[in-house]
Design a protein around this ligand. Sequence first.
Ligand code: GTP
Length: 606
Amino acid sequence: MSQGNIRNFCIIAHIDHGKSTLADRFLEITKTVEMRDMKHGQMLDTMDIEQERGITIKLQPVRMDWKHDGKEYILNLIDTPGHVDFSYEVSRSLAACEGAILVVDATQGIEAQTLANCYLALEHNLEIIPVLNKIDLPSADVEKRAQEIEDALGIDKNDVIAISAKDGTNVEKVLERVVSVVPKPKETKNDDELKALIFDSVYDSYKGVVAFVRLMQGSVKKGDKVYLLNTKKQIDVIEVGYFRPKYEPAKILNSGEVGYIVTGLKTVREAKVGDTVWQKGTTKVEMNTAVPLDGYKKVKPFVFAGIYCTENDDFGVLREALEKLQINDSALTFEPENSSALGHGFRCGFLGLLHMEIVQERLEREYDMDLIITAPSVSYDVALKGGDVITISSPAELPDMATVDQIREPWVKVELLTPKEYVGAIMTLCTDKRGESKDMQYLDQNRVILSFEMPLASIVVDFYDQLKSVTSGYASMNYEYLENRAGDLVKLDILVADERVDALALIVHRKNAFYVGQDITKKLKDIIPKAQFAIPIQAAIGGKIVARETISAFRKDVTAKLYGGDVTRKNKLLNKQKKGKKRMKMMGKINMPQEAFLAVLKKDGK
Ligand code: GTP
């Protein structure tokens, strides 16, 4: 079949707007697979967590054959992850397509991240097919939402297709539009030179690392020796094939097609998203002069946290578990870290908070680990007086302030989409978090897009929850990295029973240090269990105490109410208490519960 019949497209949608349901309808219309098989057989292995949270981070790509109007088409559907943590992956998925279906819930309207992804799709010159979903619901307002799409994206409202992915209304029209407006893949002349874009890579327990590719030019088949131009690796192609959505081996993948390559690599870090699979002859010299496809970026973690075991002997198990997770998660980084408070653990780097939560849940569920996770922080560039610049990802690594010339922290551009009645509350929230208001635009009479520049540190902690709380859940947000900017930042130490707890130290803006110190000491006072002696809790900048609370002494003897000498009963009770201590860490004479390390995450007074 010629390239003229291929259409490569993706779906851009906000969480819950109906992307999975629409994809299922496509599979039915094209008779590719029964919906049931898809749900149970094909989802990626993070699905447990995704399904419980009601989110799909990414759908499996799929190749569908569709006979329509006497013609046969090959439709390749690729997904874009619907979460801000994965914006680089979105950009690579878009680069693999010529068109994008924009799905907007007709009862909700467009959301901040969809808008951002749509702008990105327009930048990549993708043909956009606007779709309003859920028109079977009484609260669907097609006219208003179509106008909103026109105003926000400059797409003619008359081009919007109103559908119900649930009952199938007009879904076929979407596919008809795909074949009529999405351009076929560009024909290329250099077909002796392979260039394929890796838009995703996964670890499969049978096949090893499988790279998901879009061929931009040339072809690839089993047995070929190919190169990854950015990581400079050679691969012997073990198998190539298509997504049906299960892996279906094929003889050859040709220019314009979407498929997979079984690489024989051991971890997905070696087949990075955005890398170029290349071949032309086999000499190294040629590889060094070959030009990779545009847009490759090394993904850098943005958010860092320490992960420790409650039992110190589990350190080896934690290392193994992290290594295993990393096989299928190229964005996860970890390095051993020692904390005087928590012992041996790892400083882990994540793409964002959702990514961090997923890793935490997988460690706890799949590896049955009992963990202490410290509050997330960002990384800082620290310019030293001697002229050197070091990058630190933990406040504990900050050198003596006497040697520091400047601390630079990451800033992000935040876009918030909200009903207009919440503008005031959002302004207050963002300004409190050191945000600078940059722009405000009305999307329609009721909805506003607000633009801020903010320190990333202000949004990695609990910004999203607070945003949802002050807007009754109506606002949505998107953010992108801007640059590192110098700030008047200081290290805030927390002392418990006169001991500095390194795992609780924070880097904060000087003007917020007093307030943050007070807040944390208060929270810790409520969280740390009483002991048989008074426990002072202090916050300090250098030698200066900025806040102090005291936990009064308390003597609790769990065995006091037992009389008689039944030692088994006594032991049973003590064991029960020991169990209750899980997720606590003994520090000197003090028990620190897990919540203490996340005290900064908790909302004021809530
Ligand atoms: P994520 O998995 O979170 O990314 O969401 P999604 O965009 O894939 O949405 P999904 O297809 O899971 O749909 C979200 C919810 O909306 C589900 O409960 C669907 O049953 C429902 N839904 C999807 N399409 C329609 C529709 O056309 N009409 C109605 N009434 N409900 C729909």
